[in-house]
Design a protein around this ligand. Structure first.
Ligand code: CA
Ligand code: CA
Ligand code: CA
Length: 705
């Protein structure tokens, strides 16, 4: 697979310390480490036992390697130290050594065999006792040592070397591997509410849904059923084939699965692009590749009746996968070359799907809807790792990410300090405000009464907004209760939106419940009657208005991050921001984050003109909930920390998409959403989550180093 090569290329790029033989072994480790589970560890040891014809030396070597696999597993599942530092440098890594050593000791204390729990911690070196690798007399012992390990060591404190010494009868062999202390989100999309991937929405990186009880946890629509009825019919027939004949939820039949492949061929399907799988992409290729060169040119994808591309957004999105990840990154072959071929490696999701829900739970939900899980997971899910199942159920917090919104509070406070008078002297002209806490009196466009969400047929409330037009805001703060409409404004530096931190119930206790958040939003002031969604809310009649911040940004440009205060609960409409018209994100100021607002509901993109706002959202997008329509590229990670919304909708879903039948083309087209996890982006500071210990596969060595 092209993508597999690309990933390993990127992994290897970080170092020049590569050796031929070791590189091959390293590839094996790449496969093993990314998929290791306890059961697989057991399997490996069973396999090792059965290989009774191995020489003692080979057995000792395999035992040493087994020790590295074992510690990789422990590193993955143990409670690792947390830090709020976003980009872990050598100095930070140095301070993490002591808590890391403590965490390793705590983890070892949980081992079943008491004799194996003992560790000797001396300075930057931890030494284990001997640990049984299986039922035989094979043993390994580990030395865990933080770099630098000698004067002139090119590796700094971010790297930890584990040396595993295996013994079997009289033979002894060692193997070592370096792990990097880092902090990454590791997901393209991760959240607490169901994730919906609409049409022309492609994801590169894993997708995870962390709440077990919300269904369907993930819903994906095919990218190939909305522009050509002929192709649509074929795709739907193929979906029926997959549903009845294919085991697994990755939407593709391997040519190496002879039983399934034979049935696919007799049903008229084949691997037309030659990637060893039969999937929707093969039908797309077969449909349009008139000259049989295994590529679809723009001319081939042009509808003869309209003389336009069947869907130019889809074509562009498919042609733009696997783009450069950082300045100076090598542009892949076939990137944006105006034709679709194997170098573009189409997948609906290029990464694993992880969900907290059980498979049986998801299945019984589907049965209740007269469906099966297959009806929700449409399109190819491609994992580059041949041992990783494309869809994992029953995942835990350790598998995902600690999404507690409180973990992001310090991060939002860091951004707040970069706005208003705390950031510098306030300066103001009629059109440019710098380091200012905005006031209603700064508004230059009168007021506008409008429903929220704007342009939606179902709305939650009506707001009276002060209007700010054609203004520039540099490092400004939007105070609680402003509820503004910003029209054609530019935001530079950091923009911060204040909100109420403690969301309280009617009895005054602080709540984390989203239903309490809704009640809180709907509070009316004395003698103002009860809440009604068509009553225009103002500072006179509504506590939800004065204590929250429901904002619409229309045709605005953001040249830096936008952050909002942490609140204890998701409040639905009171803390809700919409981005409409040609609003654009082009963060040139701080590429760690585009949005950090852990309890704010965000509606991004136009309902009516999806092509109006092509944005690139760099770094993390942290929101209480997030819906993106229109045209956007996410070059980082979407993190949904609120639990009160129905779902996170990415890309176009029509009125009839609840039953996954495509409806007519919406006005302005379907837009396109490309979401790509970028491991090269540092996190912003202030997010309090665990570090990772990431195996540096190219550092694998046999023998002591
Ligand atoms: Ca194929
Ligand atoms: Ca062609
Ligand atoms: Ca291409």
């Amino acid at each position: 697979m092209k993508r597999a090569r690309m990933v390993s290329r990127n992994l290897f790029r970080s170092t020049h310390r590569r050796r031929g033989a070791a590189a091959v072994l390293a590839m094996l480790f790449l496969v093993i480490f990314s998929t290791l589970t306890l059961s697989m560890y057991s399997l490996a040891t069973v396999n090792m036992e059965s290989a009774s014809n191995l020489s003692d030396v080979e057995r000792a070597r395999a035992t040493a390697e087994s020790g590295l696999r074992w510690i990789s597993y422990r590193f993955r599942v143990m409670a690792r130290p947390k830090t709020t530092v976003g980009n872990i440098d050598a100095t930070t890594a140095d301070t993490l050594w002591t808590p890391l050593a403590t965490a390793i000791q705590t983890d070892f204390n949980s081992l079943l065999t008491p004799a194996e729990r003992t560790l000797t911690i001396s300075g930057k070196t931890i030494t284990s006792g001997t640990i049984a690798s299986d039922e035989s007399s094979a043993r390994f012992a580990l030395t865990i040592q933080q770099h630098p390990t000698y004067v002139g060591d090119p590796l700094d404190e971010r790297y930890v070397r584990v040396t595993s010494t295996g013994t079997y009868r009289g033979a002894t062999r060692s193997a070592s591997l370096d792990y990097k202390i880092e902090k990454k989100v590791k997901f393209a999309v991760v959240g607490k509410v169901p994730v919906q991937l609409g049409r022309n929405t492609m994801v590169e990186g894993p997708v995870a849904m962390a709440t077990a009880s919300k269904y369907p946890p993930i819903l994906m629509l095919s990218d190939f059923t909305h522009f050509d009825n002929n192709l649509k019919t074929k795709i739907q027939s193929f979906a029926s084939f997959i549903k009845t004949k294919h085991v697994g939820y990755d939407g593709r039949v391997s040519v190496n699965n002879s039983s399934e492949y034979t049935q696919a061929k007799s049903a008229g399907y084949d691997d037309w692009n030659g990637d060893k799988y039969v999937d929707e992409y093969d039908l797309f290729l077969k449909q349009y590749d008139a000259d049989n060169d295994k590529a679809v040119s723009a001319a081939e994808f042009t509808d003869p009746s309209t003389n336009k591309l069947y869907d130019s957004n889809l074509f562009k999105a498919m042609d733009a996968t696997g783009g450069p990840m950082y300045d100076g990154d090598v542009t892949r072959t076939g990137y944006q070359d105006n034709q679709i071929d194997n170098t573009d490696v189409y997948a609906k999701v290029n990464g694993q799907l992880l969900m907290a829900a059980t498979q049986s739970g998801f299945s019984s939900y589907a049965t209740g809807q007269s469906k099966t899980i297959y009806d929700y997971l449409t399109g190819p899910v491609v994992t580059t790792d041949p041992l990783a199942v494309p869809v994992r159920y029953s995942v835990t917090t350790q598998d995902i990410f600690d999404l507690d919104p409180a973990n992001f509070e310090q991060c939002t406070l860091n951004f707040r300090a970069k706005t208003g008078p705390e950031n510098g002297t306030t300066a103001t002209t009629s059109t440019i405000k710098t380091n200012k806490v905005l006031a209603t009196s700064d508004a230059n466009g009168g007021t506008s009464n409008e429903r929220t969400p704007f342009g939606s047929t179902s709305y939650q409330a009506t707001y009276s907004r002060p209007v700010y037009r054609n203004m520039t805001f540099r490092n400004c703060r939007i105070p609680k209760g402003l509820n503004a409409l910003f029209d054609n404004c530019t935001f530079e530096g950091v923009t911060f939106v204040d909100m109420t931190r403690d969301i309280t119930t009617s009895s005054g206790s602080v709540s984390t419940s989203s239903s309490a958040g809704m009640t809180w939003s709907q509070r009316m002031k004395p003698s103002q009657g009860s809440f009604n969604k068509s009553t225009t809310l103002t500072s006179t009649n509504s506590y939800g208005y004065t204590d929250g911040n429901n904002i619409r940004f229309n045709d605005c440009t953001f040249n830096g991050p936008l952050a909002g205060g942490y609140a204890t609960a998701y409040t639905h409409f009171s803390n809700s921001w919409e981005f409409t018209g040609a609003t654009m994100f082009d963060n040139q100021f701080d590429e760690t984050a585009t949005i950090v607002s852990p309890q704010v509901n965000i509606e991004m993109g136009s309902f009516t003109n999806p092509s109006a706002a092509p944005s690139t959202l760099k770094g993390v997008v942290v929101a209480g909930n997030l819906d993106i329509r229109g045209t956007s590229v996410v070059d980082g990670s979407i993190i949904v920390t609120g639990d009160g919304a129905g779902n996170t909708t990415l890309g176009y879903f029509g009125a009839s998409d609840s039953d996954t039948n495509p409806s007519a083309m919406p006005e302005g087209g379907y837009g396109r959403i490309s979401i790509r996890y970028n491991p090269y982006r540092a996190l912003p500071d202030g997010i309090n989550v665990s570090i990772d210990m990431t195996a540096q596969v190219e550092t694998y060595r046999e023998g002591a180093q």
